[in-house]
Design a protein around this ligand. Sequence first.
Ligand SMILES: [Zn+2]
Length: 381
Amino acid sequence: MNNEKALQLLKDIIAVQSVDGKEKEVVDLLEQPLKEAGYECEQVIFAEDPTRTQLVATLKGTKPGKVFGFSGHTDVVPVGEIQWDSDPFTGTERDGKLYGRGTADMKAGLVAQVAAAVRIAEENATFNGEIKLLISAAEELGLLGAGELTEAGYADDLDALVIGEPTDLQITTAHKGVFWLRVKTFGQTAHSSTPDKGINAIDHLVLAIQAIQEQLDIDVTDPVVGPSTMSLNYINGGNGNNVVPDNANALFDIRTIGGQDTDALFNQAKDILDRLKDSVPGFQYDISVEADVKALSTDKESSLVQAAKDSLTNNNHPIEFFAFSGGTDASQFTKAGDYPIIIIGPGEMSMAHQPNEYVKVQDFYDMIEINKDIALNFLNQ
Ligand SMILES: [Zn+2]
């Protein structure tokens, strides 16, 4: 698969609006060249929805050995309200950049892995062990696809994994975990002309939000990835404009660092809400964990990191490390065992989820060769 064909494949999958769905259309496009190159491919249905599949593709080397994995996700986030300069679902080249939703996060990274895997087969490169691609769905919704793949055992045999999220071709060995807390408040409906006859769940949710924002202790910092953070990104509630609401809920997005105890955070939040229950008449709540995925922390001295460093040097790129602040599928795949995982891909993380998202075309091309060398370096160590 030459650069031109890889770029066309990238444009083809950008054209699939895989926003919370349609992952199978992307998988079908990626599976074809892998199959032609000799990979054994299995589409795994996600969430019992046949329009949402994940892809597991493997190629065995000449002798038994380690299993090297590539992984990326096929879904993208919605376009949003801000007008783009070009159609987000048409890959558009301008000044050496390719614009489109998912170029950075992370369809370019994904195709750079698939193209590398195909090239290894086409060039009859010798390697021991096995190359395995784990292409996930529904990453943007809370790493759900990778969670299913991990649970089903597809990551159990991995000895190393490279995730192609955008790092601007720098190596990431650590990132934060994701901890989502849902807080619900309950009240009692009444006609809004007589609000004193009801209990306003939205008023109580506001109190809960303020208390958690002020009192929950997330004041810890990691030297590589920085401080733990909390952002309130979603609230919902009410039944209509003339009814005192009997329900409301909020979802807190907490990003954890290695070693931060999420059970303790949950208990602390519960204590804060219990104190409100004691002091506010009619205050009723429920709190639940919607996601608890691990922070990533890979040893910089591991053989995978060495393979990546050698590959960057081979391809005339500087060796740089990048502290990733978002969560990735690594948080799921790391549950399958104690093996090194790194993140490296084309595009800048600051471009992800933004209007006029782009990837530099040359970086995309370079990443194909870098991926190829990482896999071969690792398997032939
Ligand atoms: Zn991503």
